[in-house]
Design a protein around this ligand. Structure first.
Ligand SMILES: *Cc1c(COP(=O)(O)O)cnc(C)c1O
Length: 363
C-alpha cells in the first residue's frame, strides 16, 4: 500500500459535485474579482471564527505583512516571534523592515510564553504568535504580556483554523488573526488565498483599502497599497469547504486519536496537547533522534513523510544578515533536526492509518 504524506485529491472528490457546481456558477456569473462570493465568504468566515469582520486577501503571507503594515509596524520596530515556525511568519515582519526577535519553543512546539518577557525592549512593538501544526498557543499569558507592555498582537493561524484556547477561537485574541487557504491547509482553496479576521471595523476598512491599491473609491488612491484580493473562484470554493468544516475537523481528530493511542515505540516521541488548548491536527508531528533511519525505513514501505521544517528561519540563508549562528536557539534547532510529520489528511482510510501505525510500531 502506497501512502503519501498528504492527499489533497481526497478532500476534493468527497465533495466533487458541490465544488464543480460552484466553479461553474462563478464562471458563468461574469464577475471574477471582489463580488458576491467574497462578500459572503467574509461574512461566513467571520461567523465561523467568532470575529466581527473578515477581509479576504491573496495569501497567508499577504495577511501577515499587510497586518503589520496597517498596524504601523515598520523599520527598526521589534516583533517577538517563535523561532520554531514556517519562514513566512518571519517574512511578514521583515517585509516591513521590522526586526524579528526569536523566542524558543515549548514542549508543544509553540512559543514558550515564559521566555517572552525577557525579550521585550523599548523597541518592541508587537507579538506574532503562531499556532503551529494546528495547536493553540498559551494565549492567556500572551494577551497579558501584550496588554502590560502595550504591544500589538497578531496571530498566525495559517495552520490553526478552528483551534481554540480555553474555548476561544485562535485568531480572535489580538488585533489581527491571519489565515492562509493554501491548498494543503485545513481549510484549503484550489490555488492561493488568505484572510484576516479583526474585531475593529475601522481596521477591517484599512485592510479593504490596502488590498485594492489603497483605493476606497475607484481611481482615488488614499495610500500606496497592494493588489492582494481573494478572487471570486477561490472564495466560492472556500464557501463549499466551510459547509463541511466540522466533519473534516472531526475526522482529523479521530486520526490523531488513533495515532496517539496506537503508536507505541520508545524510539518515537508523540505530540502532546496542552491543557486548555485544542489541536486541529494540521500536522501530526513526532520527534526522533533517528530521523534519517526512520524516513528511509518508511520509504521502503512506501509511506511518505515531510519535515516541517528542516531549517529554522534564523539559520536560513535569507536571514543571514541577522547574524545568528548555529547554537543560538538550541531547542528550535533540535526540533528542526528531530521532527517528522506523519501522513494526515481528510479522507485517509482506516486501513491506511493501520498500515502507518503498524509500520511505526515495528521500527
Ligand atoms: C502556510 C503558512 C503561511 C503562509 O501562507 P501562504 O498562504 O502560503 O502565503 C504562513 N505561516 C504559516 C505558519 C504557514 O503554515
Amino acid at each position: 500500500m502506497k501512502i503519501m504524506a498528504n492527499r489533497m485529491d481526497r478532500g476534493f472528490f468527497r465533495y466533487q459535485k458541490e465544488f464543480e457546481e460552484k466553479a461553474l456558477e462563478v464562471l458563468r456569473s461574469g464577475w471574477y474579482v471582489l463580488g458576491n462570493e467574497v462578500n459572503c465568504f467574509e461574512k461566513e468566515f467571520a461567523a465561523y471564527t467568532g470575529s466581527e469582520d473578515c477581509v479576504g486577501l491573496a495569501s497567508g503571507l499577504d495577511a501577515l505583512w499587510i497586518a503589520f503594515r496597517v498596524l504601523g509596524i515598520g523599520p527598526g520596530d521589534e516583533v517577538l516571534v517563535p523561532g520554531n515556525t514556517y519562514i513566512a511568519s518571519v517574512m511578514g515582519i521583515t517585509m516591513n523592515g521590522a526586526v524579528p526577535v526569536f523566542v524558543e519553543p515549548d514542549e508543544y512546539f509553540n512559543i514558550d510564553t515564559s521566555k517572552m518577557e525577557e525579550k521585550i525592549t523599548e523597541r518592541t512593538k508587537a507579538i506574532l504568535v503562531v499556532h503551529l501544526y494546528g495547536q493553540a498557543c498559551k494565549m492567556d499569558t500572551v494577551t497579558e504580556l501584550a496588554g502590560k507592555y502595550g504591544l500589538k498582537l497578531v496571530e498566525d493561524c495559517a495552520q490553526s483554523h478552528g483551534a481554540r484556547w480555553q474555548g476561544q477561537m485562535t485568531g480572535t485574541f489580538g488585533d489581527v488573526g491571519c489565515f492562509s487557504f493554501y491548498p494543503s491547509k485545513n481549510i484549503g482553496a484550489f490555488g492561493d488565498g488568505g484572510a484576516v479576521v479583526v474585531k475593529d471595523k475601522k481596521l477591517a476598512e484599512d485592510f479593504r483599502i490596502f488590498r485594492n491599491y489603497g483605493s476606497e473609491k475607484r481611481y482615488y488612491n488614499k495610500i500606496a497599497g497592494a493588489n492582494s484580493r481573494l478572487d471570486e473562484m477561490q472564495a466560492g470554493l472556500l464557501r463549499v469547504r466551510l459547509r463541511h468544516v466540522a466533519e473534516c475537523e472531526e475526522e482529523r481528530c479521530q486520526i490523531a486519536e488513533r495515532y496517539l493511542k496506537e503508536i507505541e515505540n520508545p524510539r518515537l516521541t508523540l505530540p502532546g496537547v496542552r491543557e486548555g488548548a485544542t489541536a486541529v491536527w494540521h500536522q501530526f508531528v513526532i520527534r526522533t533522534a533517528e530521523r534519517e533511519e526512520l524516513i528511509s525505513y518508511l520509504n521502503e514501505r512506501e509511506i511518505g513523510t515531510i519535515i516541517h521544517y528542516p531549517i529554522p528561519p534564523h539559520l536560513s540563508e535569507a536571514y543571514q544578515y541577522l547574524g545568528y549562528k548555529k547554537g543560538t536557539f538550541p531547542i528550535t534547532e533540535q526540533y528542526a533536526d528531530e521532527v517528522l510529520s506523519l501522513p494526515m489528511y481528510n479522507g485517509m482510510t482506516e486501513e491506511e492509518q493501520t498500515f502507518v501505525i503498524e509500520a511505526l510500531n515495528r521500527f
